[in-house]
Design a protein around this ligand. Sequence first.
Ligand SMILES: Nc1ncnc2c1ncn2[C@@H]1O[C@H](COP(=O)(O)OP(=O)(O)O)[C@@H](O)[C@H]1O
Ligand SMILES: [Mg+2]
Length: 163
Amino acid sequence: MMVTRVKPSRLGSGLTAQISRSVGETSRCAAGLARRLQGGDTVLVSGPVGSGKTVFIKALARVLGVRPVVRSPSFVVLASYPVRRGDRIRTLVHIDCYRLKRRTELETIGVRDYLNSGCSLVAVEWPDQFPWAWPGRRLVRVSLKPTSKTTRRIVIKVPAGRA
Ligand SMILES: Nc1ncnc2c1ncn2[C@@H]1O[C@H](COP(=O)(O)OP(=O)(O)O)[C@@H](O)[C@H]1O
Ligand SMILES: [Mg+2]
């Protein structure tokens, strides 16, 4: 089996870009990011249908020791999971905005409490449905762009000053 190393390239100002050639590589990329995350962070994961948003968030969850396995919340909108590994993050919240029409629906499902909590990690699919809904600080942006059936260009932007 050939193992391809994904070598991220630094673009400055907290931006990193890389090409993933498989689900495994996308998962490894997410795992690398997970180790740098803190409670109170919000990870906005953008990209078209099938670009790997759920794959990415599942891998984040795995590194945090979340069980059961994270499913796509497309039908439930919000799912929260206790985090077993590490003390910085106690809850992983997975939100999928795809089916939400109004921001009030987002408020109804209790997003605000999670966003204000310093020990929750909030991971959001389709965040651009509500671009103004996410607090300005502690935002991590992940963009997944399919470049072929099995390749994705992944660009990650972490908050200024983050190691
Ligand atoms: N390099 C890759 N990274 C992530 N997913 C990939 C990759 N190549 C192919 N895929 C496939 O793309 C699909 C991504 O699905 P999913 O994560 O549910 O997408 P989304 O949540 O963005 O709609 C999966 O079927 C996965 O097997
Ligand atoms: Mg999804």
